[in-house]
Ligand binder design. Structure first.
Ligand SMILES: [Zn+2]
Length: 581
């Protein structure tokens, strides 16, 4: 474990306001700061940073925590790596804690990154091996026409047809089979550990700090699967990472080109379109969109034009426009992918294709018009309905006005009626959203489907008192030793929910060994549990939290528990009597 004095120092030197505002623009709101939540998509800020408690809380999605927790979520790091990240940021030298961490919870991120670097070296060496790498070189150089410069820039490699080449190489460097399995380089069957990647050209995935976090491997024949990608590991989450974003972020362009595959991206980069990226064996996610928003305000989607591709395009547009990225669709004729297009028609032609890419709305209107026969009145009404809902989802009023005119002329109706329908659709969507939100709130506060504190539903009234008491203790940990008239100070037995008991024990242990800070929660509790704890604290924020109030809650909890115990005893006696008969 990292000593708490070190953690406190790191927290002290990483002011939460500074750290958060390097990711999220924050505005002053009273004595706090407010911004758009980086963990869910929203247009009205509900993400608050509290300077006094050095914590954050989102009233939209419930995420909350301290600066370490923020970095864990934002940078997708485990606790130790997040602490290391912040130490580096503040210029503090840290001893290596990764070994201890490894013993506790499997290979650490640091260890996997070291292993990946070695694996990438091995794959590269194999690619240039006279015998083993011939097939790989044939693919990259002869079939795809890549220069040695591009091969080097992307760190491309080859995994030979061997069941244990990489395994033995990494083992000779001191990596364990268990580490190789966790890092998704080896699999395990009844005969032992074996190389996952065999006979594939290899694409390392590099994060923004230059770490090799994962690999993609493509077969050279028709065997399946065509691609193998690293699954999620302690160093990699595919929903959060993009291929070549490490280069694209420095392209100086405000537009990002999003393609389907590694080879599309490499071909585009070779042709000078260094602002292109690809997702990694997954469709664009909301997280991808939020990450891209940091680097670009426009995106061009270059997906396959088949049914799967156009479905992926629509979903991607949704996520991108949710975060305010203006997404357009590239429509390509005469070639199946960007690589082939550039080879056939040249890079200038592809540049013109990008300039002429269709706006989201034009694309959607085109699709809707294809689906319906607007000569038929019924069809026309349906088409108008779909288009109006689309226009209603556009945030900018000016943009909406433009679309209303376009839609009216495409459907040959009066713009005024389209306008009215759009207004109605906006109101309807708002009502639905409000209802959804309040429904969510009711579910949480009433404890129905309470994943985080599953015991809550058993005795909601007492559980609510418990959460209030814990919230107060997190603000005033010193109350922990205050005695109630005619009774002892608070103890673990005063809590009946498992989460309550664990939170209390943690606060108590921390208070006894020095000071409690909400930041220490991130080490022991899950994200959801930390968020819940932050909610308990925030719920007490505007209320009176003096000793009298605290003791009133404690007394109330004890009364409730006594009532419950008495009832339980009574039931016990009754059931014993029945059993006796
Ligand atoms: Zn949020």
């Amino acid at each position: 474990m990292i000593p708490s004095s070190v953690i406190e120092d790191i927290r002290y030197r990483n002011d939460i306001e500074d750290v958060v505002s390097s990711y999220v623009p924050l505005k002053r709101a009273g004595s706090n700061l407010k911004g758009l939540c980086p963990f869910h998509s929203e247009r009205t800020p509900s993400f608050v940073v509290y300077r006094d408690t050095q914590s954050y809380y989102c009233f939209g999605c419930g995420a909350g925590g301290d600066v370490v927790n923020f970095i864990m979520r934002q940078e997708n790091l485990d606790y130790v790596s997040a602490v290391e990240f912040l130490a580096r940021r503040a210029g503090i030298d840290l001893p290596d804690f990764s070994d201890e961490n490894r013993e506790r919870e499997g290979p650490s991120r640091t260890r996997i990154l070291q292993m990946n670097r070695e694996a990438a070296k091995y794959f590269r060496k194999m690619l240039f091996d006279d015998n083993a790498g011939a097939a790989g070189r044939d693919y990259f150089v002869n079939k795809r026409g890549l220069s040695s410069l591009v091969i080097k820039r992307f760190g491309l490699g080859y995994s030979p047809m061997s069941w244990n080449g990489l395994r033995n190489y990494l083992s000779s460097l001191g990596f364990t089979y268990e580490e190789m399995k966790t890092g998704f380089l080896c699999g395990q069957n009844e005969r032992g550990y074996f190389d996952y990647f065999r006979g594939r050209v290899m694409f390392p995935i590099i994060d923004l700090s230059g770490n090799i976090i994962a690999f993609g491997g493509r077969v050279l024949d028709n065997s399946k699967p065509k691609y193998i990608n690293t699954s999620d590991t302690p160093a990699f989450k595919k929903s959060k990472n993009l291929f070549a974003l490490n280069y694209a972020k420095d392209s100086g362009e405000d537009t990002i080109i999003i393609c389907e595959g590694y080879m599309d991206v490499i071909a585009l980069h070779s042709a000078g379109f260094t602002n292109s990226v690809a997702t990694l064996g997954t469709a664009i996610t909301a997280e991808h969109a939020r990450i891209l928003k940091r680097y670009a305000s426009k995106a061009v989607l270059s997906y396959d034009s088949d049914a799967a591709g156009s479905k992926a395009t629509e979903r991607a547009i949704g996520f991108l426009s949710d975060v305010g990225i203006d997404a357009k669709i590239l429509v390509m004729d005469g070639a199946k992918d960007p690589d082939e297009y550039i080879k056939k028609f040249g890079r200038e032609a592809f540049g013109r294709l990008i300039d002429g890419s269709r706006s989201r709305f034009d694309y959607l209107i085109e699709k809707t018009l294809k689906k319906y026969d607007v000569g038929n009145a019924d069809d026309k009404i349906k088409a108008a309905g779909e288009i109006c809902r689309e226009i209603a989802s556009v945030y900018s009023k000016v943009e909406r006005e433009i679309y209303v005119k376009k839609a009216a002329s495409a459907l040959e109706v009066d713009p005024k009626s389209i306008f009215l329908d759009v207004e109605a659709a906006i109101r309807k969507a708002e009502r639905a959203k409000k209802k959804e939100r309040s429904g969510e709130l009711i579910r949480i506060t009433s404890g129905i489907s309470d994943r985080v504190n599953p015991d809550f539903v058993k005795r909601p009234k007492t559980a609510r008192l418990e959460e209030d008491l814990l919230g107060m203790l997190m603000i005033h940990p010193e109350y922990i030793s205050v005695k109630l008239d005619g009774g002892p100070a608070v103890s673990e037995s005063d809590f009946f929910t498992d989460l309550g008991k664990r939170l209390f024990s943690h606060i108590k242990a921390q208070t006894e060994s020095g000071t409690f800070s909400t930041g220490s929660l991130s080490e022991k509790f899950t994200f959801d549990e930390v968020s819940r704890a932050m909610r308990m604290q925030n719920n007490r924020r505007e209320l009176t939290n003096d000793e009298t109030a605290y003791l009133t809650y404690l007394e109330e909890i004890r009364k409730e528990n006594a009532k419950h115990d008495a009832k339980a005893t009574l039931e016990d006696i009754i059931s014993h009597k029945r059993a006796g008969n």
